[in-house]
Write a protein that binds this ligand. Sequence first.
Ligand code: SAH
Length: 382
Amino acid sequence: MQSQPASTVSESSIASQTETTSKIELLNMTQEDLKGFFASLNEPPFRAKQVFKWLYHALETDFMEMTNLSLKLRTKLTQIASITDLPLLHEQQSQDGTRKFLFGLHDGARIESVLIPDEKRNTLCISSQVGCALACKFCYTATMGPGRNLTVAEYMGQFLGVSRRLPEDQRITNVVFMGMGEPLVNLKNLFSTLDLLTDDSGLNIGKRRITISTAGLCPQLLELSEKVPVRLAISLHATTDEQRDELMPINKRYNIKKLFETLRHCSTKKRLPVTLEYTLIDQVNDSDADARRLAKLAHSIHAKVNLIPYNEHPGAPDYKRPSAARIERFRDNLQKAHVRATKRATRGDDISAACGQLAILAEESEVPTSAFKAPSRRKTKR
Ligand code: SAH
């Protein structure tokens, strides 16, 4: 584990960056919302696009730097509006290049975002909630308890906060909603966030470069698939209701049959690519019979399967990762049944940044003491 402290700023400056004010937060607004905001100031609609470019191309956080606006307007915006710049409380870099960022929120809560670089992509895994109410038995985040939803600005703050800490010539190319929490619990904020990520005069991330991972909230899945054609990753993890009820209590509300009816609708009618995520836990869900049932389910919606070797953590001491041989056997069984099955490389597990290892627990909250500002902020002025 290597920590990468940059310049340290004082606690009072964190407070001033995060304090809740009655100012209007611009990162909560889509470009359409911004037009309405500027209309309310008797400014022409094109101001929205100008400011949008400052926010999402130049990654600017200071209205006074927005030099193509009049000094009068910049002063006014400084008085009445804000741009969230989440303080970075801690950063860790894994030996494999994965970077984990701990951001502070205005109410003292903390969330984690993970950057996973590979040759072609910079994938950002963002958190959707502080904690999670779904209580999946094997997940570390679940041990934090229900927590709360994130605002759009807190979603975008993660994206922009990490973007500012990338080298000048790099950008985030892919986004996966696989961090802490369940993204489909708050569809309204998720939709605004997706609008901002995909806006072609802003960040312009292709919809198929965005993956929403969900434990399977069926009505919300239907609504999402009607509105935004993103990739879906479904946390299945078990192939019988008995087993899934035990591992994922959400199954008692939306069982496997209901989930697959919903997915059939999403993948056939809306042509959304669906991946089934299957965390392999030793002697729990990794038998030959499990593989056979999983193959049948995958075929029923033409899904591919992503196998995640269980990441061990102190929140669920009874669960273990299967041996490499058992994992290979499970994968072979799927492939023999003609299912496209990949095994997820366990990136960042030396810094607890791998799937299901994200949690900020009470005992850890003492650890990060310094807040870092972005070491070199990218400024490509428009
Ligand atoms: N709420 C969303 C996002 C959760 S995290 C969802 O349920 O999909 C992303 C993935 O990691 C999910 O598939 C989750 O079930 C899985 N996961 C959780 N804890 C894990 C662990 N300890 N090891 C491996 N995968 C885990």
